[in-house]
Design a protein around this ligand. Sequence first.
Ligand SMILES: [Zn+2]
Length: 212
Amino acid sequence: MTPLNNLQFMPPALNKLIESFRLLPGIGPKTARKLAFSTLKMSTDQVKEISESLLDIKTQLIFCESCQNISENKNCNICMDENRDNSIICVVEEFMDVYVLEKSGAFKGKFHVLHGSISPANGIGPDEIRIKELINRVNNIPSIKEIVIATNLNLEGEATAMYINQVLSTKKDKLKITRLARGLPSGSDIEYADETTILHALGSRVNINESI
Ligand SMILES: [Zn+2]
């Protein structure tokens, strides 16, 4: 008799849950099984809470009309905060980067989330990310005096920074364009930088033409 391969001896619903957990980044088969078994031991109310939370982030969260960050309302909490500096916008690739910069407490301006980076190899051009929304903001809000480009320090992040610098070059008499560079290891993602590194990189940001 041939032994059952895979996890055929388990109920299909449990296998399905294991496969679902595996869709998450960093979750291998062993961790997925552990999570599924833990879920089995939870109360129905707890499982209901988890499944509702998962659905809520898809049904209740939208993108902020202004900065494109995730938000429950038309404008996010950061954009609505009157104590924040309207003259400076930090441009990041993903909303995880906003979280990292906010955690450092070093940045008191507004953000702009691009939702990706320019990557010709993957067919992602400037129109596929939210660059035009940034250009519109700069064109429509005269109080903006500085754009800090905090895209990742890899090929795609650099290409994105260069493109933004180029399209905003006509504004250079009124607009300063800087780049987070110093202290961040080359090839790294902002998302993984620690707070001290972010603080240092923000404090020592340089004019973009000196960093590229
Ligand atoms: Zn916003």
